[in-house]
Design a protein. Sequence first.
Length: 314
Amino acid sequence: MCRAAQRKGQNALTKNCVGFAAKIVFVGAETVHDLKGPAMFRRLILSLVAALGFTGGAALAQTSDADALFELVGLPQIVAVMRDEGLDYGETIARDMFPAGMTPRWAAQLDRIYDTDTMVAQMRAAFVAALDGQDLTQALDFYGSDLGRRIVTLEIAARTSMLDPTMDAASKEFAAEQAQANTPHFRLISDFITANDLIEANVVGGLNSNFAFIDALVSGGATLPGVSADSLLADVWAQEDAIRASTTEWITAFLLLAYAPLEDAEIAELTAFSQTPEGRIMTQALFGAFDEIFVRMSRDLGSAASGFIISQDL
């Protein structure tokens, strides 16, 4: 039960540090004229492009360069998507672990755990603290540019779209075709993933989150017939290969979708920026902030689930 829930929820735990997101700007439909792949994927790209044309950026209100960068890369918008992912994962836990399934009381717990304002505040604090004293001029210039805004806008739109299982499947199908053909676009995406160590960093984050969930579940007093605390924790670490495979599939599909409207030279420019000292510092701050919030949410979820299991066993 616990093991199945953790495996089903793994995507929600490993999507944390894949991309950045910012304000919404128009992206011309002519940029997608030469896309190859499933028809569903083509329609998804065109729908994203059309949606971007009718949205506007939020005003920035911050007191430091780190605060400005937090807003500019769209972390508040990413948190909103994370909330939706978390609520969906919470429903999976209810189905797999609670005899009564989803209840209003569990829904209220999920609403508390995935409170948007709390998540944004915690992530902002971790991100700003990690960047304290750093010169962020180059990062602000890059993400404040037309290219930077388009990049992070497309990331938010793609991640939101992939909440739909149909779109998620279409994106993964397209990614598999691109990998099989070893297209130039696929190679650029692969270079970006490798340069920023996205797979391993997300695998570590996923394992940490799973450990926090199981540890809180067991510490709270929940027991499962025939399953010991040691076997549960061993099961977490045994998931490493499966987590790596699912993470690789999701990240590749996500970035191919998000960056499909970009020119090859623009993706290369993003990769080049990510390898500058400022780019690396910002990436590490993002990983740290995401890891902190995901571990906290996973621990809170484990504690809440433990309480529900105990109360339903009485």
